[in-house]
Design a protein around this ligand. Sequence first.
Ligand code: TEU
Length: 549
Amino acid sequence: MTRQAPWWLDRTAYQIYPRSFADADGDGVGDIPGIIGRLDHLADLGIGLIWLSPVYASPMADNGYDISNYQDIAPEYGTLEDFDRLVAEADRRDIGIIMDLVVNHSSDQHPWFLAAKQDRASPYHDYYYWRDPAPDGGPPDDRRAYFGGPVWTFVPEVGRYVFTLFSPQQPDLNWQNPAVRNAIYTMMRWWLDRGVRGFRMDVIDLIGKDIDRDLIVEGPYLHGFLQEMHREVLAGRDVVTVGESWNVTRETALLYCGRDRKELDMVFQFQHIVAGWDAKHGKWRPQPLDLVAFKKVWTDWQQALEGDGWNSLFLNNHDLPRSVSRYGDTGKWRDRSAKALATAIHLMRGTPFVFQGEEIGMTNAGFTRITQYRDIELIHMHREIREQGLPEHQFLEGAAVTARDNARTPMQWDASPGAGFTTGDPWIAINPNNATINVAAQRDDPMSVLAHYRHLIALRKQHDVIVRGRFVPWLEDHPQIWAYTREWQNERLSVLCNISSQPAHAEIPAGLAGSRTCLICTAHPREAIPAGPIVLDPWEAVVILGDLD
Ligand code: TEU
């Protein structure tokens, strides 16, 4: 059974983290006029879709993932008029904008919460999850929040505890209350009517929770709510939706994005990310890349969604360290490793998401002191380890590798002191390597990382095999080489990347070999990938389009 391909199927998406993208008014904080001024960069890259991280009114406890008015823009980012202009200007370049929908929780400054905490009898009280104190006056139970500390926050005005899964400034909305759901659906329609083309849904797997039974992730009401949202908001509109879920597995993925589920188009899953975490300490004790295990996660997802559903493809976002720093080589092979990683991800089946700065090979922040960080998660976790008397240096070493602020340093547009990001004092330090890593230096250089991303994005539009081809993994046990083919009609795309800083030897099986057109050769010219022995240079990527025999 085939359906007409959706408009977004062959597009590559780009995530903008507005605070760090472009500052037009010199206050050190990115803004919407800044984004408008840089849209040509995205058009030049070939981007067809923007995921805009939150620009709503917010006290910015979590940089906008704490919303105090869902139908207004944060003053430091601009106005609704600026937003409308952004949508129109993006549309003129055939770029659709998808909004970040953060509705698992609101800000504690949202009028709903301000009313809710004043009066138990207020209709807004039931917009959140409240429980009475335990007999000793303490919290109802000892569950912990994702950003550290108890999940329960005491609110003296009503003498009760409210459920806060992230930080105390982000109380969870009570999705059991139909008034909450209706208010959210109305708000979503309002944005769609304004011209946005879809939503990225923040921690969407948490909305169906049953807190008393401690069923939080992928809770019992999740899919009922997503289907209701689809009926009430999305049905009949030509939009694209991607749900963020740290807990979705290959077994549950199709419940969200299966063809006939009428829920979402895609999910962001994180199994390839957490594969590199420590079982006990999570991301704060990062593990070296185990390529065989890493490739397997990707292969499993490609195969799980082969006949139904659709993958999102990403190594970076605003919560993750920079991929060149995490998986690549930030020394001698920086550019080539950035290209190899991008090649391996972009030529799989699904929608690639490029995070701002990834397209020029931006690296981790290089912070060594706690005062350099801005992120609420990190600051809370730091407080927690100090309270527990754990070694701070170890925490900071882990943070340097995986903290979220690594992704949040300002976009490096040029080599000037403000990196072309701001003329003022940036809200978070600019990575001094903007002197060498920046858009201006790469724009006209055909060998740059930027040119490579432009090329990958163009290839997806030119070759159906990249959009539609069957994914076949090769050399699965090879500890250095990432290899796969894509097969569609009479074509075979052969992808071979050395994910290491050493030469890699392999025996190419006939099914992986390819000849006819070389699409990508990052180390030296190659005409083909012949069957038999091969040696790849460090971080070399080779992509050949050939005939399927
Ligand atoms: O992130 C979801 C989430 O679970 C993250 O907090 C994740 O666990 C963490 O980043 C891993 O280090 C989303 C947003 O993307 C994030 O920016 C928000 O802080 C969070 O939700 C709360 O809205």
